[in-house]
Design a protein around this ligand. Structure first.
Ligand SMILES: Nc1ncnc2c1ncn2[C@@H]1O[C@H](COP(=O)(O)OP(=O)(O)O)[C@@H](O)[C@H]1O
Ligand SMILES: [Mg+2]
Length: 308
């Protein structure tokens, strides 16, 4: 943590209000199925990552856009409860958080996401001011709102702020330029393979590396992750996932990113960051729900102390 910075982690990407529906078995098309439990929760890649970082003790802020609708108010209230600063969030009357419906299949332990967006979605192209971006140790971005994301990533890199990215798809436009600017590329394996054309995850990790980056991490769910940095660029290494009783893996990737950002802001090595991220994400998987299941720092440390 750097005393001259006001924030450890600023999030620029997407926030959402999700409805989680818990079913015994995900239905075939046209079938009727009983829902055991329905639960509204705040979500979105960046939103959930920020909550994870905040629960681990990081000073977090959200600098994407919020509107004046009910979902925006719900997101702001959720951030407020978690101690995440929204004073620098960009307010636009047309901004709307994402609205997703997530079906959690209790037996197969899958989650199926139906995501819906309308209005302005993602960061503003010209805000927040560069002074705000320069006040954090880490900036977390995702694949929504390319113009604003590229601008903010440039300001961050020029100021020596670590840029961590979670991309799930290539939205086109200036994505290629943005990709080149990312210090810490932390991608899910499906997209890492799609982006590189590699058949194996290890090879995708190798192809994503460039000497301009600090680290590449490719996550593979219960198979853990592959990673490399300047020491292992041509030979990515594998970190197995921590064994847990999985109940609901909703948001594991987002939580992994948030914990990675916390570790980076605290000056941890890549190995230490991945250990923290894997443990936080694994513990999340043992509890139903998205953000509600994110563990505290104390429980993550107790869990890590129990590992061999
Ligand atoms: N079933 C699981 N058991 C333990 N850890 C998990 C499990 N699922 C995910 N994780 C952890 O979360 C990380 C990210 O999960 P992943 O499914 O790859 O991301 P996403 O949710 O974005 O698709 C994994 O690398 C792993 O550390
Ligand atoms: Mg993800």
């Amino acid at each position: 943590m750097n005393a001259t910075r006001d924030f450890d982690v600023l999030g620029l990407g997407v926030v959402a209000v999700d409805e989680l529906l818990y079913v015994n078995d995900y239905p075939a098309a046209g079938e009727k199925v009983r829902v055991n439990r329905r639960e509204p929760q705040c979500g979105g890649l960046t939103g959930t990552a920020l909550v994870a970082a905040a629960r681990l003790g990081s000073r977090c802020g959200y600098v994407g856009t919020l509107g004046d609708d009910e979902a925006s108010r719900a997101v702001a209230a959720c951030f407020d409860r978690e101690g995440i600063d929204v004073a620098h969030a960009v307010r636009r009357p047309d901004a709307r958080p994402g609205r997703s419906t997530i079906i959690v299949d209790a037996r197969r332990k899958t989650r199926t996401v139906f995501s819906h967006v309308e209005g302005h979605f993602g960061p503003d192209p010209d805000r927040p001011g560069g002074d705000v971006i320069r006040r954090t140790a880490v900036l977390l971005v995702d694949h929504h709102g390319m113009a604003g994301t590229l601008r903010a990533a440039r300001i961050a890199r020029d100021a020596g702020v670590g840029v961590v990215a979670d991309f799930e798809r290539d939205p086109g436009g200036v994505f290629g330029e943005l990709l080149a600017l990312i210090d810490h590329l932390v991608l899910p394996e499906r997209f890492a393979r799609e982006l590189t054309g590699a058949a194996a995850t290890e090879e995708a990790c190798r192809r994503l590396w460039s000497p301009d980056r600090r680290a590449v991490v490719v996550t593979c769910g219960d198979q853990g992750c592959w990673y490399c940095d300047s020491h292992s660029a041509t030979r990515p290494e594998h970190l197995p996932a921590l064994a847990v009783e999985v109940v609901d893996s909703t948001g594991c990737g987002d939580v992994f990113h948030g914990a990675y950002c916390t570790g980076l802001a605290e000056g941890m090595t890549l190995g230490e960051r991945l250990r923290l991220a894997s443990a936080t994400a694994a513990l999340k998987a043992t509890v139903p729900g998205g953000q509600s299941g994110i563990p505290t720092r104390r429980s993550v440390e107790a869990f890590l102390a129990r590992q061999a």
